[in-house]
Design a protein around this ligand. Structure first.
Ligand code: DX5
Ligand code: ZN
Length: 260
């Protein structure tokens, strides 16, 4: 399977990754820069909102429309009050696209399922920090990274930032949930921007940078708010898949003026 570039961060992390290499590996025109080199906004459509009766077509449409990653929401009916899909669907999505797959595990005992998602082609796996997720966060993050996958950590709106702070040095991405996880189509919670700002401040104070992703209720208006507060990865389900023109929806999330 051809992987498009690397499932790389928007950031230049270390001496292994110089700016020139970073720019050379950018796969398309969907990136914009500011002087600080942190302005590459990554759009990750959540397939949860796609029409599953024509999933193949939906994947091809968002890829053509300019998506950077594809976000796969995995729900087990225990950690969250909904059941979505599992590794077989992720395997299917993997076959349909070379875009990085960003897998968000809203499940208990993530460590038991992580190898299955890696096997079917996940490029990044994000797990929850809450005790209700019933796993050893340190061990699961290590398990993900040792398998060559990017490791993300996330927290629910009700969860204090203090819970994720000790792990920031060991992850590739912090996902700030801007809705309570379980369902698409919910209202964006602006009160979560304080967490985005704290993560951005952490990035600023360290040489090492992590991606800051937001998920839930992201549309052109709330994308702006999220970016202004320091987010660089935007997950969007409803605002893309329930729109008529996916490319236009993605451009609007990026804040690119519509020329049509
Ligand atoms: C919520 C999921 C989200 C959701 C986003 O539990 O983690 O990824 O699909 O959907 P929208 O963009 O519709 O809020
Ligand atoms: Zn998600």
């Amino acid at each position: 399977m051809k992987q498009r570039g690397a499932p790389s961060s928007a950031f230049c992390f270390s001496s292994e990754c110089c700016t020139a290499v970073f720019i050379a590996t950018l796969p398309s025109l969907h990136y914009s820069f500011t002087a600080s080199l942190v302005a590459r906004i990554i759009i990750a459509p959540s397939v949860l909102a796609a029409d599953f009766s024509r999933l193949s077509d939906e994947i091809h449409r968002i890829e053509t429309a300019g998506a950077d990653w594809i976000h796969c929401d995995i729900m087990d009916g225990h950690f969250v009050d909904n059941i979505s899909f599992g590794p077989d669907i992720v395997r299917f999505v993997r076959k349909e696209t070379s875009l990085p797959l960003d897998v968000h595990l809203m499940i208990e005992h993530a460590e038991h399922y992580v190898p299955r998602f890696i096997k079917v082609g996940a490029n990044s796996i994000t797990v929850h920090v809450e005790p209700e997720a019933k796993h050893d966060v340190v061990k699961t993050l290590r398990q993900i990274r040792e398998a060559g996958c990017r490791a993300g950590l996330t927290l629910n709106p009700e969860t204090a930032f203090d819970l994720v702070e000790p792990f920031l040095g060991t992850i590739d991405m912090l996902l700030v949930m801007t809705v309570h996880p379980g369902f698409g189509g919910q209202e964006f919670r602006a009160d979560q921007m304080e967490k985005v700002r704290r993560a951005a401040a952490w990035n600023k104070s360290r040489g090492r940078k992590i991606d800051i992703e937001v998920d839930g209720g992201i549309n052109d208006r709330t994308a702006r708010i999220s970016i202004e507060n320091g987010a660089n990865v935007l997950v969007a389900g409803t605002s893309i898949f329930h729109s008529k023109d996916y490319a236009k929806a993605i451009r609007e999330l990026r804040g690119v003026p519509d020329v049509n």
